[in-house]
Design a protein around this ligand. Structure first.
Ligand code: FES
Length: 61
């Protein structure tokens, strides 16, 4: 699947899609990766998705 699709599963461990992360970032305005991972319960298993989440945070700024 296209990585830019809203249905793309960014975090395979927590089954969190790009769309879910985008909406969360928009709603909360959070920019701190650690806080986002804690509150959305994402990126806290293997950590492989954190780079992509960071990129998304940068894109939203
Ligand atoms: S893919 Fe997100 S924690 Fe493993």
């Amino acid at each position: 699947m296209d990585k830019n699709s809203r249905d793309y599963e960014v975090c395979v461990c927590r089954h969190i899609t790009r769309g879910q992360i985008e909406d969360f970032l928009k709603e909360t305005g959070l920019t701190d990766l650690k806080e986002i991972c804690q509150k959305l319960n994402v990126g806290n298993v293997c950590g492989a998705c954190r780079g992509m989440i960071l990129d998304m945070i940068e894109e939203m700024k």
